[in-house]
Design a protein around this ligand. Structure first.
Ligand code: DGJ
Length: 740
């Protein structure tokens, strides 16, 4: 008897007999199907790749009811659970109909696969114009399922009021062999962003991750990873389910673990003060991407960062493969005290160091001598720049650098001409205090006239001056969100912000954008796909940066992660961190210099220059390769006496694995224990590599030798250079030797 095995290939396959879809990526499978005669859409598998359609047991059934207090539909792994019926688990959607019904009852109607996209339509059984379309696409190489959904009010004269609309529910089965799972999150605060946290996932508990500030925020990053509790979970033999939201506004991700260990992760636009009325319209929900890997957090990091790199919005990013320039930004050196003379002077010095992009930060526009005035009046300050900014930009260009300029478009100081003229252009309630933060209010950019003013001002300056790069800041959250749009304002602000970014980018110039937001506050996947760069934190202390970059690197591709060197001791006079350590930390992403170059000694200036020269030699590897953490940065979970406590090691391999950069850091070694050899990863075992190691002197390596990939990965690399001295670090460059 011949069996049709129905072998699964990467892509989306439909079963033909049952309503059953197999979504197959390089290493994973995601299967969904409809329970016959019920219209209920279930997730049937998510995890390791299946081989054939027969790997799913038919018929598709609802789980057995445990008791009358535990309805089957609550226990079922519904793809899109809503508020309605006997559902007591997490829900994605809540709606109210004009007749007063507040209960949804959606049923499957159709599923279509077209252009590598699966679209599933669900209808309310009574109010059939109330529809939900689920959309699934795959990132096959990166093992990701990309989910979107739209709420549709079709051909109706009724208004549907939506009070909650999340994008997706992800079902994570209980672990097969290991008994326990934990949740990884990224939390923080200003100057302490993207701290990696671990939470035990106890049965019967829920975790809420969210932002309600109108921006993704520094306080929590829209990311989750659910991993086995084995080891630190960075590498193989560790299963991880992970995901991130593409939404530059209020968001929520909830992780619920039931008593049997089943996990459901829901996520999308935050429900706080959310509302949407639909009549003959549809509402598209943000993208929620998730994946499964058996390669630990390093596998998860690789998937998301590569997904972002490979899915840039092509209309906006004309050359996604370009390397990020080495930047100089004088904010830490000058604050608001900028003028044509000091900026030309510092630009000259920056150029002689070898920087490739010079950014004029805050302080260049009218009355901007502190953070108390000027925001909104986007005209150069004639006292600081009597002939405008063009002479500076021309000078910067003549030095061979690009010219960047700081804006904070969505903001206004009450002490500004713009606010005096248009006090109604900010979010407010007429009867309430307009609360200031950093002395500023938020402009209602959902108003076309506000967007028009901002676009006109920004584009005029970009054109007149010759701006190549915009640093786009946002230094306060949204509050008192009074607007003609009611609760819809939170979503409209995000859409208006993205529209403004599109206008600036598509106005015929090739202007690049850095998403700043006080550092790390607006760096979600949706904006990362539209801009070139991102500022992960205002904190440039290298020991803090190691932790912040460890967290950021789970999502932000290294070429987008702007990493500045600033001078030491800065504001902590007890800790003098060597220049070499500062550079080595910043070598991990897109190198920038934020130091006051006037304060550097001649020898320090020389060292800066040489480190920059070395960085330029290897930036194609660190920016475009796969960043991996061999030893995760110092954290409280480690024994202080362990040789690797206070240690961190990264490795970035080129895609061809013929070149690699290893950065190793030893912050302290209070017990003088020698470091254990570091085992590298991902090299070609039979290839021979030249190994060059620099420590504090960028001109003279401390080691030059030859080793095989197998030995570097098996025996490991000894690093006696990381001594008992605080803040020891090295850069290691590996290059495959080719046969003659
Ligand atoms: C916050 C940013 O993160 C800083 O880099 C700087 O641009 C300031 N704003 C300027 O006000």
């Amino acid at each position: 008897m011949r069996h049709s095995m129905q072998i699964l290939k990467p892509g989306i396959a439909y079963h033909n007999v049952e309503h059953l879809w197999f979504l197959t990526t390089k290493n994973t499978s995601y299967v969904l199907g409809v329970v016959p005669d019920t219209g209920i859409l279930l997730n049937l598998h998510w995890g390791p790749r299946l081989v054939t359609m027969k790997d799913i047991n038919l018929p598709i059934e609802l789980p057995k009811e445990r008791s009358s207090q535990d309805p089957a539909i609550t226990a079922a792994r519904e793809e899109f659970p809503v508020f309605g019926g006997l559902r007591y688990g997490p829900d994605l959607l809540r709606a109210k109909f004009e007749n007063g019904t507040r209960d949804l009852d959606l049923a499957y109607v159709s599923g279509e696969v077209e252009n590598d996209e699966l679209k599933i339509l669900l209808l309310d059984r009574i109010h059939q114009n109330f529809q939900v379309q689920l959309v699934y696409t795959l990132d096959i190489e990166n093992d990701l399922i990309v989910r979107q959904a739209s709420i549709i009010a079709a051909e109706t004269l009724n208004t549907y009021k939506i009070s909650k609309a999340l994008t997706a529910a992800w079902h994570i089965p209980p672990p097969a062999n290991s008994s326990h799972r934990e949740l990884i999150t990224l939390a923080g605060a200003w100057a302490a962003e993207t701290q990696v946290q671990k939470h035990s996932l106890q049965p019967g508990t829920s975790h809420v991750l969210q932002s309600v500030r109108g921006i993704p925020s520094a306080q929590a990053y829209p990311y989750f990873a659910v991993k086995d509790t084995t080891s630190d979970g960075e590498h193989s033999e560790c299963e991880v389910y992970f995901g991130t939201l593409g939404w530059s506004g209020n968001w929520e991700i909830e992780v619920h673990t039931d008593i049997e260990g089943n996990i459901i992760v829901t996520g999308g636009i935050n429900s706080r003060d959310f509302g949407c009325s639909l009549m003959r319209a549809s509402f598209d929900l943000p993208v929620f991407v998730a994946g499964y890997t058996a390669d630990g957090l390093s596998g998860a990091r690789k998937s998301i960062t590569n997904h972002i790199r490979e899915n840039k919005v092509t209309q906006l990013i004309s050359e996604p493969d370009t390397l990020a320039p080495v930047l100089y930004n004088g904010w830490e050196a000058y604050g608001f005290d900028v003028n044509i003379t000091n900026q030309m002077e510092i630009a000259r010095k920056a150029a002689s160091l070898g920087t490739e992009l010079f950014v004029l930060d805050d302080g260049w526009f009218r009355k901007r001598n502190s953070d108390k005035a000027g925001l909104g009046d986007w005209y150069h300050d004639t006292r600081k720049f009597p002939d405008g900014l063009k002479p500076l930009a021309d000078y910067v260009h003549s030095l061979g650098m690009k010219f960047g300029l700081w804006f904070e478009p969505e903001m206004v100081n009450p002490d500004s001409d713009l606010y005096r003229k248009h006090p109604d252009w900010v979010y407010h309630y007429y009867e309430r205090t307009r609360h200031l933060e950093r002395n500023q209010l938020v402009l209602d950019i959902t108003k076309p006239e506000v967007r028009h003013y901002l676009a006109e001002r920004m584009l005029a300056i970009i054109k007149e001056v010759g701006v190549d790069y915009v640093k786009w800041d946002m230094n306060r959250p949204i509050s008192e969100a009074g607007s003609r749009l009611g609760e819809e304002v939170w979503v409209a602000h995000v859409k208006s912000f993205h529209a403004l970014v599109m206008i600036i980018k598509m106005a015929g110039s090739t202007v690049q954008i850095e998403s700043c937001c006080s550092g790390g506050g607006r760096a979600d996947m949706s904006i990362l796909k539209k801009v070139e760069s991102c500022w992960p934190s205002d904190n440039t202390r290298p020991d803090a940066r190691l932790m912040i970059q460890y967290g950021s690197s789970l999502v932000i591709p290294p070429e987008m992660m702007s990493c500045w060197v600033t001078e030491s001791p800065n504001d902590d006079y007890f800790t003098n961190i060597p220049i070499s350590y500062r550079f080595h930390v910043s070598f991990m992403g897109a190198l920038g210099i934020g130091s006051d170059l006037n304060k550097l000694t001649q020898s320090e200036f020389g060292d800066y220059k040489e480190w920059i020269r070395l960085y330029k030699r290897v930036k194609h590897i660190v920016q475009k390769g796969d960043l991996d953490w061999l030893v995760v940065p110092p954290n409280v979970n480690k024994l202080a006496s362990s040789p690797s406590s206070y240690t961190a090691v990264t490795q970035t391999n080129s895609k061809k694995r013929d070149e690699s950069i290893v950065l190793a850091f030893r912050q302290f070694s209070p017990f003088w224990l020698p470091l254990r050899p570091v085992r590298l990863r991902g090299l070609i075992p039979y290839a021979v590599y030249t190994v060059t190691i620099w420590k504090t002197d960028p001109r003279t390596p401390v080691y030059e030798g030859i080793m095989s990939g197998g030995s570097l990965m098996g025996k490991g690399l000894n690093l006696p250079y990381l001594t008992s001295k605080a803040y020891s670090s090295v850069v290691i460059y590996l290059k495959q030797m080719l046969d003659d």
